[in-house]
Design a protein around this ligand. Structure first.
Ligand code: ZN
Length: 351
């Protein structure tokens, strides 16, 4: 791999530091799975939970079942049941993203997963919003929030989350997602909930196509998703791939997580090059920075060294992200101009 990276350095002038400095957008980042280990350890001491085996959070190896992957969250969530911990958690995730030169970040969280202490839904959401605003003051990036409904929760429970978001009416909350077990809970169960969200003009991104089933992506699109979390399974279904491409739905790809969970069987089968060549709209994300033991620079480096991705490819991926981000058009124009200028300026300097 070292030889490969040297080759690229000469060819495109990209090295790790340059990749780290490239401005980036990240649209698929879970709050709980991305809280840094150091902060988790501090919270464990403060909350008298030194019993939690925090060293076991980071996933090692490939093809871990999604169920095992999700077990890491059982070690994290007990520490995120008080307001101050939630606020510090999101500031910490934004800090990590700023180290990757992320300029626009959407962080998602499922409010109901933080109701195991004494917090109400309102308090959970307020704590996270507070952290998002603090992070924007502290770091050079915009932080927006996505609310996750959970597939293993009832329609009524998810409904309650939506009602709370409506009542709070925070500008930082810009969209909704459905996360959780994709195999056993078809998105159709939540149609009424999803319809209501869209009637309120909130855009949707839905997890789908992570467990090998391309059809779930079509189902998610039919339910109104303009973006798909992961979606990598479409590589095995030309018909679905054509539909995704035609409707310009964005796939929020999370390479390292996808390899770990076996959503894609090994790096040789990772479809990033095919998606780029065929014009499938996609962007690169971390999913869970701590659980997947990753960051966005690391994700880019993997793709750079394994698939010959160039500076222009990374620009395309980021412009895709900006175009499908849940932010106003005016802001998209500003980010587009800024990113083009930075990426292309450096290109011409290297010629
Ligand atoms: Zn996810």
């Amino acid at each position: 791999m070292k030889i490969c990276r040297t080759y690229h350095k000469e060819e495109y002038g990209l090295n790790e530091v340059e990749i780290q400095k490239l401005p980036k957008v990240e649209l698929h980042c879970h709050l709980d799975g991305s809280v840094g280990l150091e902060l988790l350890k501090t919270l464990a001491v403060e909350q008298g939970r030194e019993d939690l085996a925090l060293e076991e959070i980071a996933i090692v190896g490939e093809n871990v079942s999604l169920t095992d992957y999700l077990k890491s969250f059982d070690l994290i969530l007990p520490l995120l049941q008080i307001s101050s911990a939630l606020t510090r958690a999101i500031v910490d995730v934004a800090r990590q993203a700023s180290l990757d030169s992320v300029k626009y970040l959407e962080i998602r969280f499922a409010p109901r997963l933080h109701l195991h202490g004494e917090l109400t839904l309102t308090e959970v959401i307020e704590a996270v919003v507070k952290g998002a605003l603090e992070a924007e003051e502290k770091y050079d990036l915009k932080v927006n929030l996505l609310i996750c409904g959970m597939k293993h929760h009832t329609v009524a429970q998810n409904e309650e989350v939506l009602e709370t978001v409506i009542a709070l009416n925070h500008d930082s909350i810009v969209g909704f997602d459905m996360a959780g077990d994709e195999s056993n809970f078809p998105v159709a169960i939540f149609k009424k909930w999803l319809d209501k969200i869209q009637a309120l003009d909130y855009p949707l991104t839905l997890h789908a196509g992570e467990c090998g089933c391309a059809h779930n992506v079509i189902e998610a699109m039919s339910a109104g998703a303009s973006r798909i979390g992961h979606g990598v399974a479409i590589i095995n279904d030309p018909e679905v791939l054509a539909t995704v491409k035609e409707q310009a739905v964005l796939l929020e790809m999370c390479p390292i997580s996808n390899i770990q969970t076996g959503a894609v069987n090994g790096w040789n089968n990772y479809p990033i090059r095919q998606f780029l060549d065929e014009g499938v709209k996609c962007c690169i994300n971390t999913d869970n920075r701590t659980v997947s033991n990753t960051n966005l620079t690391k994700e880019y480096l993997e793709l750079y060294s394994r698939f010959n991705l160039s500076r222009n490819d990374f620009l395309t991926l980021n412009l895709n992200g900006i175009e499908s981000a849940f932010m106003p058009d005016k802001l998209k124009e500003i980010y587009t101009l800024d990113f083009k200028e930075t990426y292309l300026e450096k290109n011409s300097m290297n010629q």
